[in-house]
Write a protein that binds this ligand. Sequence first.
Ligand code: HEC
Length: 237
Amino acid sequence: MNLRTFTLGMLTTFGFAWVFAVVLPFFKTRELTPVYFNEVADGKTDMYFPKRTGQVVNGAKVYAQNGCYVCHTQVVRPTYAGNDIHRDGWAGFKLDPDRGDTRRETNVFDYMGEDFAQIGVMRIGEDLSNVGSRYEKLAIDHNTKQKEALGDAWNDTMKVTPQELLYEHLDNPRKVLSMRWSTCPSFHFMFEDKKHASSHPIPKPEARSLVAYLLSMKKNDAVPASMNYSPVKPAQK
Ligand code: HEC
């Protein structure tokens, strides 16, 4: 082999990978055109716009600064690439009490409003695409269980909110005995040293925006049928 074939071989090998892994995806996602609902398949005709509330921008910054993306992904993979849809709560819920099956794959619009799409580096902890809906359900389940256990001794001041549960987790992921194995780092520096009388941690502003961001993560709104790959995809005509 001479230098010429060697160089050409190298260029071809890396060039192909570069074209398919960098150039094509860049041009495909660079300019997003709006997707419209289809009257027949979706029952409405508006433009699709993802709904998100919370301190998305500030919270995303705290998320990035603290390296959450190293261990947590934010991408519900298409089923040909993994089994995410079928992990209940990861892609939405199979049996949402109000809306039925809300599971769906991630789409490019899910990162709107953020400077970076924090799809993540590794999946050491859970995927957080729908961590907002999971914690809302966790709080409801927790309160129902407490109410049943305590009976008349229960009152509404004992209710926990999804925010409080997330503060507890970030302050000390190993607080509960069954979670002593957790390798999620403690972000205690985002909380005041003293605690509430009820022993809840008191968040500093960065914990507040981070939790608002985490609770905004509910990527389970109905998308147009043309980009819906969920198991209960409406029939397209
Ligand atoms: C070193 C890897 C690592 C880093 C960095 C990390 N986590 Fe975790 N995280 C984990 C692991 C492992 C779990 C699963 C165990 C548990 O629930 O405590 C987890 C669990 C969680 C959960 C509970 C998820 C659920 O659905 O129950 C939340 C919320 C969370 N992490 C948020 C964060 C946030 C926010 C950051 C950044 C401020 C972060 N994590 C950084 C490893 C990590």
